[in-house]
Design a binder for this molecule. Structure first.
Ligand code: ZN
Length: 510
């Protein structure tokens, strides 16, 4: 018999709770859009964020509940400038753990005009190999140029440009985010502005961006400010979003030029050119010794031609003078620190110290070293004033430009947070997070990533604001960062309670 009482009571209209996979409750949530923390709970179903609720105001039945009280909940970070393809293709480093432990869930590759031309093939191969973070690709102008005309030091013919245009079209159709250039590097440096405009117009047709490592960040050729003018002119003419890679004023001759650069960018934006930039939070750049100090004409054509020129006595005076000048610009031989080399005894020494050891001058030492193998250097060439002036611009986002031998590969995001947000107070936590997630997704045109928003992909991190710290530095460049406690990548909990779960949940994204 039914209970008489209950029949007379008005029935509460209780909807059956919605079943979900995971509910993150009680956290201090930054959603990648707002600067202030939000009091929200976040629901994950499969690979997606399937609900955002005011804290406690949900009606869901979760398989897992994560109590994030006292912790920061944020969209996974997006790094718009990395060099991670080799590792993502490997069998032992494809987890990309040095990025996951920085809170980074998506990395861009193909920057600086480099990277694979065949984007469709690369995307398929990466997903088949299994990758620990999402990856997006730019297609490199230098790579396209090299495929069509090698490392020839001349302008492209109409026929060659047509061929380059076809390769770019294929890459954009396969999901490239845009065209990247490295006009400082061989072979990009051999191209004129018109060549890049022609290609940028194609990327624009596909709503891609133009991401550039400027022709000059210093006084190597046309000068930093003229190189910035060139980039703005390319973007304006091709009607494309301009993204300036790792913005900096490189070397003593251009220190202080951040203010003129910022003014130029603000003026161009006011005239309607869409511009953004990324920046890594360190005073040293990282590169190969040969790229840092050798004149471009010495490196044209082939490695063999390069070594021949280095030993050609008729070129010696010109060569030595130019190397000397390049070393001076970068702050002198003590400012070039060897960070990776097959002869590990030299690692940790600067160029001046190696020269002293070999009882010869720095120029002779540099010429010897580049012939002995690949030498990577940290080049201490930035002024703190310029770095900080760029960092606080609303159009600047976080990146790593990670390479071996430089702590930026393991620690850029926590370094920026600890050094510049907490210690120097240049950014609030909300600004730091937006500049590392939502804003980056926007400028790259990445849909459904970078925000805690219903319907977006569940790339989510939880960290302890006090413990999120870099451990790598210039003497220990490859130490994992600490403080990231949880990472969901496409809805999979790949870092759980600070431990990597051996899951390769990354996708090719575009
Ligand atoms: Zn670069």
């Amino acid at each position: 018999m039914l209970n008489a009482c209950s029949e007379h009571k008005p029935k509460a209209v209780t909807k059956k709770p919605t079943p979900i996979d995971t509910l993150i409750i009680n956290g201090t949530a930054y959603d990648g859009i707002n600067l202030e923390a939000q009091t929200i709970d976040v629901a994950i179903c499969g690979s997606d964020i399937c609900g955002i609720y005011r804290q406690g105001q949900h009606n869901v039945q979760a398989k897992n509940i994560i109590d994030a009280r006292g912790k920061i909940v944020s969209p996974g970070f997006i790094d718009p400038h990395t060099h991670t393809l080799e590792e993502l293709y490997s069998n032992d480093k494809n987890h990309n753990l040095n990025y996951l432990t920085q809170g980074v869930t998506s990395v861009v590759n193909g920057n600086d005009g480099e990277g694979p031309v065949d984007v469709a093939k690369t995307a398929l191969e990466l997903e088949a190999n299994g990758i620990g973070t999402n990856v997006a690709l730019l297609v490199g102008h230098g790579s396209i140029r090299e495929q069509v005309m090698g490392r020839a030091q001349r302008y492209a013919s109409a026929e060659e440009l047509k061929e380059m245009s076809q390769l770019l079209t294929q890459a954009m159709e396969a999901g490239a985010l845009g065209l990247s250039s490295g006009l400082y590097y061989v072979p990009g440096s051999f191209a004129n502005t018109e060549e890049v405009i022609t290609l940028a117009k194609i990327a624009s047709k596909y709503n891609g961006i133009y991401d550039t490592h400027l022709r000059d960040e210093s006084t190597f050729n046309i000068g930093f400010l003229a190189a910035l003018d060139e980039a703005i002119h390319i973007a304006d003419t091709a009607d494309i979003h301009l993204h300036l890679a790792h913005i900096k004023a490189l070397g003593v001759d251009v220190w202080g030029q951040s203010s003129q650069a910022i003014e130029k960018i603000n003026q161009a934006q006011a005239k309607g050119v869409s511009i953004s930039a990324d920046q890594y939070p360190w005073l040293a750049s990282g590169t190969k010794l040969r790229s840092a100090v050798m004149p471009k004409w010495v490196m044209a054509d082939s490695k063999q031609a390069f070594h021949q020129r280095l030993n050609d006595v008729s070129l010696a005076d010109k060569l030595r003078a130019e190397i000397q000048e390049n070393v001076r610009r970068r702050g002198g031989p003590t400012s070039l620190l060897i960070t990776a080399f097959k002869d590990s005894e030299l690692v940790g020494l600067n160029l001046a110290e190696v020269a002293k050891m070999r009882q010869q001058d720095a120029v002779t030492t540099a010429i010897e070293l580049v012939q002995e193998g690949e030498v990577r250097v940290a080049s201490f060439n930035m002024s703190p004033t310029d770095v900080e002036a760029f960092m606080i611009q609303p159009w600047v986002v976080t990146s790593s430009d990670g390479t071996n031998g430089h702590p930026r590969k393991f620690a850029s995001f926590p370094q920026k947070y600890q050094q510049y947000a907490i210690k120097k107070g240049l950014l609030t936590l909300g600004e730091f997070i937006n500049k590392s997630s939502g804003q980056t997704a926007n400028l790259l045109g990445l849909k459904n990533r970078g925000q805690l928003t219903e319907g977006y992909k569940a790339d989510i991190i939880i960290f302890d604001a006090d413990n999120f710290s870099p451990n790598a530095d210039f003497s220990n460049w490859n130490k994992y960062s600490s403080g990231i406690e949880q990472v969901w990548l496409n809805g999979q909990n790949v870092i759980k309670d600070g431990k990597y779960q051996q899951k390769l949940a990354g996708k090719f994204v575009h």
